[in-house]
Design a protein around this ligand. Structure first.
Ligand SMILES: C[S@@+](CC[C@H](N)C(=O)[O-])C[C@H]1O[C@@H](n2cnc3c(N)ncnc32)[C@H](O)[C@@H]1O
Length: 228
């Protein structure tokens, strides 16, 4: 089975494409509700024929529960979610107890969740929530080998970034994950699946990408008619 990774709120999709090139046998799905970023990612995906990337337009709260089967995701990534500073806007924050419960149910038993933010206040709130459902492994560096647009900006302006890596269940192979977590640019993929270097599933990736895309077309048509 092709491992599926999900990035919530992919923005300009820098992370999505970099990650897809690092794990060519994984399907990397990104969900974003700003239409222009999704259209841009779709154009890049088609122009460069990158079959293991699936950009999806929609609200993660609506799309995610419809799109994925229980225990189907190897990795969920939340890069620099919007802080929604004002108290009256807190209800728009993407991670809440209900949505996290759904996300946890979609993670495989050995599934992992990576979250990073440059907003300490939000990091503390989300980390607490995440740690209530998942087992944490503190992370100083990004272990995934791919960087989002916001992460690159933080690096450029030397802004601190707070990170956490969590496991659905106690990690059997802590060694792999912790070694990735302690080195800049380490690659977590080896901790997720043993087939990351195999080329044999490139056809199934293509198939999966097309299959996802067609179901996504229905979703896009029903949820976001302007992007259909
Ligand atoms: C601060 S930006 C970060 C973008 C990117 N992850 C990065 O690190 O550069 C947060 C992104 O999440 C998207 N977003 C927020 N809530 C969302 C939701 N419920 N569903 C889909 N996208 C969402 C926003 O549109 C925005 O592009």
């Amino acid at each position: 089975m092709t491992p599926i990774e999900l990035e919530i709120g992919m923005g300009r999709a820098h992370f999505l494409f970099e990650r897809a090139s690092i794990v060519p046998t994984h399907q990397v799905v990104g969900i974003e509700y700003k239409e222009r970023w999704v259209k841009q990612a779709l154009r890049k995906q088609q122009r460069e024929q990158i079959y293991n990337v699936t950009p999806i337009h929609g609200d993660a709260w609506e799309v995610v529960p419809q799109l994925f089967a229980p225990e189907s995701l190897s990795l969920i990534i939340l890069n620099f979610p919007d802080p929604w500073w004002k108290k009256r806007h807190h209800k728009r924050r993407v991670l809440n107890e209900n949505f996290l419960e759904i996300l946890v149910s979609l993670l495989k038993p050995d599934g992992q969740f990576f979250f990073q933010s440059d907003v300490l206040e939000l990091f503390e709130i989300y980390s607490k929530l995440l740690e209530s459902k998942l087992k944490k492994l503190p992370c100083e560096e990004n272990p995934l080998g791919a960087k989002s647009h916001r992460e690159k900006k933080c690096e450029e302006f030397e802004k601190p970034v707070y990170r956490i890596l969590l496991f659905k269940n106690n990690p059997l192979n802590q060694r792999l994950a912790s070694s990735s977590c302690s080195s800049v640019g380490g690659n977590l993929s080896s901790g997720i699946s043993s087939d990351t270097t195999s080329k044999s599933s490139s056809k199934s990736n293509k198939w999966l990408s097309l299959a996802l895309s067609s179901s996504v077309k229905c979703l896009v048509a029903s949820l976001a008619p302007t992007c259909a």
